[in-house]
Design a protein around this ligand. Structure first.
Ligand code: NAD
Ligand code: MG
Ligand code: MG
Length: 335
């Protein structure tokens, strides 16, 4: 490991770097509420920025925060953390954030998308950093409350003050990341790997794999309920084992028959064409093609996004799943 690969902990951070500064958290969703609460309990001065009609105003107010309009929070903060949906950040930046960012401020992000793809171009006299927890906001909050934390990625995009890294590291510790460990990276690498993971494996890859398996069984004449159990329901069991023990640990826990089938058939399903397709998906991310398409889609009112959503909701696997999940009292039935 080189010095750059070092994992950073609370001992590497100086929380005093951030003392006396006002931290404005823009957005109070998954990440926003967790960052705001954890930073407040780490002793920092935090205000929350929300739209006048935001449904989160009550929750943030009840948690004891001063809640301001986005533009007012952006001007109040010495540190301004943008925790809004990535595809909206460019628009909100131009309309409400940009004018509030003064020379010497630190502009922060929880994901590198808007900066890396030039949706936001901050002025030169501003520090720009990122702290991206590798977990959803409720976990970032719960771990913090338990005296622990979620590992984070951190990056500095612009260091106008000469102190950006110190400030970003202090922020990571302030939300609990320094307890678990923080890995230093770049906006480019964080953004590209995040998009690639969700497109090819975590979201896009897995959902297509599940549907293809489900449809293969149903088309072959099997009961869709059995198909659902074998291709979707049991996925959680396998993923939980991989999450806790890695791939070999998971294989240790399954039957020898399952393990032999896994090792001899898996690479037939996910063969060379899939790896080629993954390279193409990555190339579209790296060239900015994907970001361009997604931003244009939003500017055009997200019509095809909403149409694809509706179509997917009508898939047979959703109906079968809803019925089967109602037989399982331990599963939250609210969805
Ligand atoms: P979210 O959707 O949970 O919350 C977004 C917040 O922005 C909400 O408070 C919402 O009311 C507000 N908002 C939405 N549209 C707005 C607009 N037009 N103007 C003003 N406010 C608006 O989002 P999130 O999941 O917390 O994501 C925030 C950032 O954190 C993103 O950059 C995301 O990539 C990053 N991130 C998320 C996760 C995660 O697990 N959710 C993990 C790491 C990083
Ligand atoms: Mg992502
Ligand atoms: Mg089985």
């Amino acid at each position: 490991m080189t010095e750059d690969d070092k994992i950073l902990y609370d001992d590497d951070a100086d929380l005093d770097a951030l003392r006396g500064k006002t931290i404005a958290i823009l957005g109070y969703g998954s990440q926003g509420h967790a960052h705001a609460l954890n930073l407040k309990e780490s002793g920092f001065d935090v205000v929350v920025g929300l739209r006048a009609d935001s449904s989160s105003r009550a929750a943030a107010g009840a948690a004891g925060f001063e809640v301001l309009e986005i533009a007012d929070a952006a001007s109040r903060g010495d540190v301004v953390m943008v925790l809004l949906p990535d595809e909206k950040q460019g628009e909100v930046w131009a309309a409400e954030i940009r004018d509030g960012i003064a020379p010497g401020n630190l502009l922060m992000f929880g994901h590198g998308f808007a900066i890396h793809f030039d949706e936001i171009e901050p002025p030169a006299e501003v520090d720009v950093g990122m702290v991206a927890p590798k977990g959803p906001g409720h976990l970032v909050r719960r771990q913090y409350e338990e005296g622990k934390g979620v590992p984070c990625l951190m990056a500095v995009h612009a260091d106008a003050s000469g102190h950006a890294r110190e400030l970003v590291l202090a922020y990571a510790s302030g939300i609990g990341g320094g307890r678990a460990g923080t890995i230093e990276t770049t906006f480019k690498d964080e953004t590209e790997t995040d998009l690639f993971g969700e497109q090819s494996v975590l979201c896009g890859g897995v959902t297509e794999l599940v549907r293809a398996g489900f449809e293969t069984l149903v088309e072959a004449g099997y009961d869709p309920r059995l198909a659902y159990f074998e291709t979707l329901h049991e996925l959680k069991l396998i993923v939980d084992l991989m999450y806790e023990k890695g791939i070999q640990g998971m294989r240790y826990s399954i039957s020898n028959t399952a393990e032999y089938g896994d090792m001899t058939r898996g690479n037939k399903v996910i063969g060379p064409e899939v790896r080629e397709a993954m390279k193409q998906v990555l190339a579209d991310i790296q060239s900015g093609e994907f970001a361009k398409e997604w931003i244009a889609e939003n500017r055009a009112g997200a019509e095809s996004f909403n149409r694809m959503r509706d179509e997917a909701t009508g898939h047979e696997i959703e109906r079968v799943g809803k019925d089967l999940r109602s037989m399982m009292p331990w599963i939250d039935q609210s969805f």
